[in-house]
Design a protein around this ligand. Structure first.
Ligand code: NAP
Length: 288
C-alpha cells in the first residue's frame, strides 16, 4: 500500500515533494504524464485511468503537483489547461471524497488579480482575470479541491531551484534571469516590485511537515519577500553572473501584486530559507 501519491512527480514542485518524502523513508509513489524512470505513467485527464490508479494504489494522501503552469503556456493551449488544471482536479476531488483520501493541491498566487495594495492573505478570495487561462483554471481547481473534507490548498508564488536534477532549473523567472545574466545580457526589473521567492526544496519539506501535522485548509507558503531587482542582484553575486539589471519604472496602469502574506505559515512555525541562504545552497549545482 502506498501512503503518499505524488501526481506530477517529474515536475519542479512534484520532484521536490517526492524527494522530501523519500528522504523521510515514507511509502511514496510518484507519477507523471510521460513514462519516466521510477515513476508510474498516469494521465489525470482520463477519469477511468485515474480511478483505476487510485483503486489499485489506495493512497492515504494525494499531493497534486500536476499542471500546465503559467499564463503563457495555458493561453497557448487553453483546452489542455482546462483539462489538466481544472477538470482533472474535479475528477481527483470526486475520487478523494469517494475513497476518503486526503488531498494536497498545489495552487498559486496567480489565483489573485494583483490589484490589492497589501499582501494577499488566505482569506482573500480568488478573482478571475479575463483571458488569463492560468488564473481561470487554477481558480476553478481550488473550488473543486475545497469540496474534499480536510483538503489542503497551498498557494505559492515565485520559485527558484531545481527539480529532478540540477539541469532542471526553475521556476520560469529564475530560469530566464539565470540564463540571460549568464550570457552577459541585461534583465529588466520593475522598481519596487516585490515577490516571495521560494526555494523549491523547501516546498517539498513543507508539504511533508503539513502532512505529519494534519494541517487542513488554505495556506500561503513562501520564502522571504524581496524586490525582484534585488533578487536578480543576489543571483549575479552568488553565481558570478556577468549580466546586469536594468531598472524600469512601473507603468502607472500596472497591477501585479504577487506578494503573499505569510503570517499563518510563520505562526505554524514553518521556516523557509531566506534568499541568500537558498542561493548559497544552489551554488554547488550551478557554478561553472
Ligand atoms: N513552479 C512554480 O514556480 C510554481 C509556483 C506556484 C505554483 N505552482 C503550482 O505547482 C504545481 C506544479 O508546478 P510545476 O512548476 O512543478 O510544474 P511542471 O514543472 O511544469 O510539472 C508539471 C507536472 O505535471 C505533469 N502533468 C502534466 N499534464 C499531466 C496530465 N495530463 N496527467 C498527469 N500529469 C500531468 C507533468 O508530467 P510530465 O513531466 O510527464 O509531462 C509534470 O510532472 C502547479 O499546480 C502550479 O500551478 C508552481
Amino acid at each position: 500500500m502506498v501512503n503518499i501519491s505524488v501526481i506530477g512527480a517529474s515536475g519542479l514542485v512534484g520532484s521536490n515533494v517526492l524527494r522530501a518524502a523519500s528522504e523521510l523513508n515514507l511509502p511514496v509513489e510518484g507519477s507523471s504524464l510521460s513514462q519516466k524512470s521510477g515513476l508510474k505513467q498516469l494521465d489525470i485527464t482520463d477519469y477511468s485511468q485515474l480511478k483505476n490508479y487510485i483503486q489499485n494504489t489506495k493512497p492515504e494522501t494525494i499531493v497534486n503537483c500536476a499542471g500546465i503552469v503559467g499564463k503563457e503556456a495555458c493561453n497557448k493551449e487553453p483546452g489542455m489547461a482546462v483539462a489538466v488544471n481544472k477538470t482533472a482536479v474535479e475528477y481527483l476531488s470526486r475520487l478523494c471524497i469517494e475513497n476518503g483520501i486526503k488531498l494536497f493541491h498545489l495552487s498559486t498566487v496567480a489565483v489573485h488579480d494583483g490589484k490589492k495594495q497589501t499582501p494577499y492573505v488566505e482569506e482573500d478570495l480568488p478573482t478571475l482575470i479575463d483571458g488569463n487561462w492560468y488564473n481561470i483554471t487554477k481558480v476553478g481547481a481550488e473550488n473543486f479541491a475545497l469540496e474534499v473534507p480536510s483538503a489542503v490548498i497551498l498557494r505559492v508564488g515565485d520559485t527558484y531551484g531545481y527539480g529532478i536534477n540540477p539541469e532542471h532549473i526553475g521556476g520560469s523567472i529564475f530560469k530566464w534571469a539565470y540564463e540571460t545574466l549568464k550570457k552577459g545580457n541585461n534583465v529588466p526589473a520593475f522598481k519596487g516590485l516585490r515577490t516571495n521567492q521560494t526555494l523549491l526544496s523547501d516546498v517539498g519539506n513543507v508539504v511533508m511537515h503539513l502532512i505529519s501535522e494534519g494541517y487542513e485548509g488554505i495556506l500561503n507558503i513562501g520564502g522571504n519577500t524581496i524586490e525582484v531587482a534585488e533578487f536578480f542582484e543576489k543571483m549575479c553575486m552568488s553565481f558570478n553572473l556577468p549580466g546586469n539589471i536594468e531598472l524600469k519604472d512601473v507603468p502607472s496602469n500596472y497591477q501585479a501584486n504577487r506578494e503573499l502574506g505569510l503570517t499563518k505559515m510563520n505562526l505554524l512555525g514553518i521556516k523557509m530559507h531566506d534568499v541568500q541562504e537558498g542561493l548559497e545552497s544552489l551554488i554547488q549545482y550551478y557554478r561553472i
